[in-house]
Every structure is written in structure tokens, then in C-alpha cells.
Write a protein that binds this ligand. Structure first.
Ligand code: GLU
Length: 415
């Protein structure tokens, strides 16, 4: 049975890297735990007049390389351990793409699908009232994640600036464009992932019309479906799924029409000209590229043996458990690990902060070019490490990222 606690899995991944890196005991122990964690109990007035209590978190995992950075996830299954794991992965993510930031994450246990816009606004503002003194452009900078949006970032920015009495656009990223958002932030996670798929395909000598399947149809999944063809020049989308199930057509699905169908009906199911497929079966399709783009623990010791994709590009955070990783590696599945594959989002968040600081804004072409450069060199560093140490790509990504964070901790005299 796979361990499904994401934080224990994040620690286990680090432990493996720590042995190869020969980390001393203190550095290893320091990096196994968040340096700060905060919990909040937020009373929020609902539209019915009733007051509901929400449990919320902000974890500042490690700030050795710069202010902590990471999204806010609003999900019914959020716990302190999911947020801890996500905060650890943010620390490795900012490091692997070599941006001068640390790692953090926040979460609220709630179901945004059952909340009105006004209720979401009140929750967003309550969260900022609780955290305002912990945040700051030079402290900790949130961003969107699962079920949080540019509009939620806008309410949060407004609440923060109202409390502080100053303009601080860089305190939060993923903002709408008129409030200091960056061009290209919306699709950055998927775009960055496809840039590394392009690089991976070169090293695997894969070319032509690559078939692909997308599990999860939120922000990352929808853009992966549409951008794969655009960036790689060709491709055949054969299946997509969301939490309600999936659709499949071996001859190909039209990504734009699927996005439209999802927006109109709220689900991918029922898409004309496609057969239904379960989430489990989608993951096991014989495709060139699989994009797990939903939540943690999609690929475990139970199904890893049946994964047939040649390249797996993890747009979700934590979709693969450590025992599954070993099986995928043995079977020759080339895994682009989450904190490398989905680092495009935080990379463009960093560009957004830079633009906010200069109060000067880049063109979309500038953003794409800079993102491509960062993702391509991160891939090259990880791939070179995997060849040098003869380890799979996740372990190689850990070796690159953890050694940089460990060095920063040492230079500061912490260890
Ligand atoms: N939530 C995204 C992630 O997991 C983006 C974080 C950010 O932009 O700070 O990488």
C-alpha cells in the first residue's frame, strides 16, 4: 500500500536526495520541516446570515534563498500536511528554476464550488486580515492555486493595501492585468510544462504527431490541452478528464471545443463525438505524453505498473507517490517531476513581481521568451544531473534544488 500522506512523501523524497548529497544531519533535519507554520480559524458571514468557521493555513517553509513564495489552495481536503508538502515542493521549485525566492504555501479547507462570489470575497478578505503581518514583497508572497483565481487575488490585494495604507502590488501575484498582473501568467504553468516536454522529446528522440492525454481539466489541464499542439507544432489529444470522469477518442479530440464545452456545462463528460473513460483508465492509456494535472496521489503503487506513457509531465503537485516512482523508472517512463514541470507558474509570478517593482510592464513575447529560457535551462541542469548520477529525473531535480537551498542555508550560517 502506498503512503498517501503528501508531507511524509515529500520528506521521503528529500531523504533519498540527502543521502546522495551527503547532507550533514543538521541541514537534512532543517530541510525536512517548515521553518514556520501558521494556522487560522476564520469566522465568515455566509449569504444566509449564518457564520461559518473556516480552517486556514500559511506555511513559510524555507526563506534561505529569498522571500517565501507559493499559492493558496482552497479545497475541501486541505489539511496542515497537504500544505506542508506543497510548501516544501515550492522551496524546491523556486530553487530548480533558480529564481531568488524561498518556498511557502497556504490553504483553506472549504468547497468553493458551493460558495457564492460574495462569500468567496469575504473569505479572501478574512484570510488577508489574519495574515497581513506575515506577508509582504520582502517576506511572503501568495498566488493562485487550485480553486483560487485572479479575482480572489484582486480582493486579497485590495484588503492588504487597505490595511497597510500603501500600494504594494507585488505582495501577491496572479493578479488581473489592470491591477499589475503580468502578461502570460494565466497559461504559464502549462506553457512551462510543454517547453520541458519539448526538451524531453528531443532527448528521447520522439518527434512527429505526439499523442497526449490530460488528467484534470482546471487551469493547468485546459491550457495543456490547447497549448501542446501550438508549442510543439502538432499533436493528437486523445483523452481528457475532470473529477466527474473523462472522454476519449482515439482519432483525436478538439481541445478548443472541449474547453468551450467545459465552460458551458461545467464538465468534460457528454462531449459530442467521444466515448466516456474513467480517470483510472485515462492514466493507463498508451500515449506519448501524459499530463497528470489534478491533485496528489493519482499514480501510486497500485497503478504505476500499468502506466504506458513515454513521457509523463506532472503539471499537478505531488501526483506520484515514491513507490510508484520506482516502478515508473524501472519501466522506462520518463517523468518530468512536478516541481520542474509546473514551475512555469511561479516563474511568471516572479516576473510579475519584478515588473511590479519597476512599475514597467513587459510584452507577452518578452514573458514567453524569458520563461522558455528559464525552463529550458532548468531541464538541462536536471537532465545533466540525472545522467551524471544515473538517477531518475525526480531524484536529479531534488539533487539540483536541494543543494542550492542547502548552500544558501550554510552561507547564512544556519547550519
Ligand atoms: N500555485 C502555483 C504552484 O504551485 C504557483 C505559485 C506562485 O506563483 O507563487 O507552483
Amino acid at each position: 500500500m502506498s503512503d498517501l500522506n503528501p508531507f511524509r512523501n515529500a520528506q521521503a523524497q528529500l531523504d533519498e536526495a540527502a543521502v546522495i548529497l551527503g547532507l550533514d544531519k543538521a541541514t537534512h533535519e532543517l530541510l525536512r520541516w517548515p521553518m514556520r507554520e501558521h494556522r487560522f480559524t476564520l469566522p465568515v458571514r455566509m449569504d444566509s446570515g449564518e457564520t461559518r468557521i473556516f480552517h486556514a493555513y500559511r506555511i513559510q517553509y524555507n526563506a534561505a534563498r529569498g522571500p517565501t513564495k507559493g499559492g493558496l489552495r482552497w479545497h475541501p481536503d486541505e489539511t496542515i500536511d497537504t500544505v506542508r508538502a506543497l510548501a516544501a515542493w515550492m522551496t524546491w521549485k523556486t530553487s530548480v528554476v533558480d529564481i531568488p525566492l524561498g518556498g511557502g504555501k497556504g490553504g483553506v479547507t472549504c468547497n468553493p464550488k458551493e460558495m457564492s462570489e460574495r462569500e468567496k470575497e469575504r473569505l479572501a478578505r478574512a484570510y488577508i486580515r489574519a495574515t497581513a503581518d506575515l506577508l509582504g514583497v520582502d517576506r511572503d508572497v501568495p498566488a493562485p492555486d487550485v480553486y483560487t483565481t485572479p479575482q480572489i487575488m484582486a480582493w486579497m490585494l485590495d484588503e492588504y493595501e487597505t490595511i497597510k495604507g500603501h500600494s504594494h502590488p507585488g505582495v501577491i501575484t496572479g493578479k488581473p492585468l489592470p491591477l499589475g498582473g503580468s502578461q502570460g501568467r494565466g497559461d504559464a504553468t502549462a506553457r512551462g510544462g510543454i517547453y520541458v516536454v519539448r526538451e524531453a522529446a528531443k532527448t528521447r528522440k520522439l518527434s512527429g504527431d505526439l499523442s497526449y492525454a490530460v488528467q484534470g481539466f482546471g487551469n493547468a489541464g485546459q491550457f495543456a490541452a490547447t497549448l501542446h499542439k501550438e508549442i510543439l507544432g502538432s499533436g493528437k489529444l486523445v483523452a481528457v478528464s475532470d473529477s466527474g470522469g473523462g472522454v476519449y477518442n482515439k482519432n483525436g479530440l478538439d481541445p478548443q471545443k472541449l474547453v468551450h464545452h467545459k465552460r458551458e456545462t461545467g464538465r468534460v463528460g457528454g462531449f459530442p463525438g467521444a466515448e466516456p473513460i474513467s480517470n483510472e483508465a485515462l492514466l493507463e492509456l498508451d500515449v506519448d505524453v501524459l499530463y497528470p494535472s489534478a491533485l496528489e496521489n493519482a499514480i501510486t503503487g497500485d497503478n504505476a505498473e500499468r502506466i504506458k506513457a513515454k513521457i509523463m509531465c506532472e503539471l499537478a503537485n505531488g501526483p506520484t507517490t515514491p513507490d510508484a516512482d520506482k516502478i515508473l523508472h524501472k519501466n522506462g517512463v520518463f517523468v518530468l517531476p512536478d516541481f520542474l514541470a509546473n514551475a512555469g507558474g511561479v516563474t511568471v509570478s516572479y516576473f510579475e513581481q519584478v515588473q511590479n517593482t519597476y512599475n514597467y510592464y513587459w510584452t507577452l513575447e518578452d514573458v514567453h521568451q524569458q520563461l522558455d529560457r528559464r525552463m529550458t535551462s532548468a531541464f538541462a541542469a536536471v537532465h545533466a544531473m540525472s545522467q551524471k548520477q544515473k538517477v531518475h529525473m525526480r531524484l536529479a531535480a531534488y539533487l539540483v534544488a536541494v543543494s542550492r537551498v542547502a548552500e544558501a542555508c550554510k552561507l547564512r550560517g544556519w547550519v
